[in-house]
Design a protein around this ligand. Structure first.
Ligand code: ASP
Ligand code: MG
Length: 421
């Protein structure tokens, strides 16, 4: 049996026809290595952003169903063009959208999860010698409704396909050379990691490192799909390999630093201190599919018998959340809801921090020395996040990258021109 390699190319890698020709060469190279190749592509360049803009020009509140209908078209253009480019080189290739394959998702628009992928058609076409080009980012429900997986979701399509096909590896080709200790555009001597664990990558992705869609890492971890992030433009560079933590030897306590400015902070003030208040608040948000990140409930005030509940959500959910929160405020009898969008979350991540005391205090001390105020703190086993003012984000990242010795001697060569969302 031949090995199957899944390759994924982001928007920057297929931004114009020259770049698509370049991708066709990379695909063919893998095929010539004797492997079966399944390719997943994103929409060309900034196509998805343009589609979003057109929608908003016509309707400030477009329905999620029609947004999915619209946004799924971007990837359809790329698959057809890439397939033509491969065929032009004399290779057999065929493109499929999610509906044709059966990439089944839950019945949720705009950030659906994949529940199953039918592999019959893929296997049949591979057996016939085809290179298969699949539209990333999109799915279909049992009833034939078109869905999308959320911005940046093509990574997840690729990993899910790799898992379904039992692929040897999933290679994510992008505009950066791999996973860095932090954003090389912010810290010049950021170093590229040769290897990182799924666990760390997952925390980095959630903390705002834009390299991979978090759900793709989750899926890779669950299904043990080896993942490689590498540059479309520098093929000689092997990029970063992402594997299970048990396969690694960990030296440094902190592997990376990330900042995320895509969240807003919500404070529900003076919530009566009774059982069920938090349950009511977060169920109402969950029912409308609003994800919540950091949560802090303050110590109850004795006199009023109330407390404050603060949490963060994604900016893109803010309009929806504002409506829900008005209702919940009344339901709970809370005094006020305050929203603050001038914030950033800065996080340090590392499997090496487990059982190593002093990492949190070093982080807090470093922020203090730079006169950066911490507004919320949350931790997991391998991550510490602080919510700070947005204007302090870059300084915080630089200082933390420094104090945990993550830099290398060279200045990172940042080739990417378009952010590859
Ligand atoms: N085209 C989609 C986006 O821009 C999906 C992706 O690129 O992964 O978000
Ligand atoms: Mg992407």
């Amino acid at each position: 049996m031949k090995k199957i390699i899944v390759q994924k190319f982001g928007g920057t890698s297929v931004a114009d026809t020259d770049k698509i020709k370049n991708v066709a060469q990379t695909v063919i190279r893998e095929k010539n290595n004797g492997n079966d190749v399944v390719v997943v592509v994103s929409a060309m360049g900034h196509t998805t952003d343009h589609l979003v803009k057109m929608a908003k020009d016509l309707n400030p509140n477009p329905s999620a169903r029609e947004m999915d209908m619209l946004l799924s078209t971007g990837e359809c253009v790329s698959i057809a063009l890439l397939t033509m480019a491969i065929q032009a080189q004399g290779y057999k290739a065929v493109s499929f959208n999610a509906t044709q394959i059966g990439i089944l998702t839950e019945n949720v628009h705009s950030k659906a999860r994949i529940v199953d992928i039918k592999t019959e058609k893929l296997k049949k076409n591979l057996d016939e010698g085809n290179i298969i080009v699949v539209a990333g980012f999109q799915g279909v429900t049992e009833d034939g409704e078109i869905t999308t997986l959320g911005r940046g979701g093509s990574d997840t399509s690729a990993v899910a396909l790799a898992a379904a096909l039992n692929a040897e590896r999933c290679d994510i080709y992008t505009d950066v050379e791999g996973v860095y200790t932090t954003d090389p555009r912010v810290v010049q001597n950021a170093s590229r990691l040769d290897i990182i664990s799924y666990e760390e990558m997952l925390e980095l992705a959630h903390a705002g490192a834009n390299v991979l869609h978090p759900r793709s890492v989750e899926t890779a971890k669950q299904c043990a799909v080896p993942l490689r992030v590498r540059s479309s433009f520098k093929l000689e560079n092997m990029g970063t390999l992402i594997l299970g933590v048990e396969k690694m030897e960990i030296h440094k306590p902190v592997a990376g630093v990330a900042a995320d400015s895509s969240q807003v902070r919500v404070v529900v003030c003076d919530v009566p201190d009774t059982p069920g208040a938090a349950a009511t608040l977060f169920s109402c948000l969950a029912d409308e599919n609003v994800s919540v990140d950091m949560i802090i409930q303050s110590y109850a005030r004795k006199v009023s018998n109330t407390n404050d509940i603060a949490f963060t959500i994604n900016k893109e959910d803010l309009d929806k959340a504002t409506v829900i929160l008005k209702d919940v405020q009344a339901k709970l009898g809370a005094a006020d809801v305050k929203i603050d969008d001038d914030i950033a979350k800065v996080s340090i991540i590392g499997a090496g921090m487990i059982d190593r005391p002093g990492i949190a205090s070093t982080m807090f001390k470093t922020l203090a020395e730079n006169n950066i105020n911490i507004r919320m703190i949350s931790t997991s086993e391998i991550k510490i996040s602080c919510l700070i003012n947005k204007e302090d984000a870059q300084a915080a990242v630089k200082a933390l990258h420094d104090v945990f010795n993550l830099g290398c001697d060279e200045i990172a060569d940042v080739k990417g021109t378009l952010p590859d969302v």
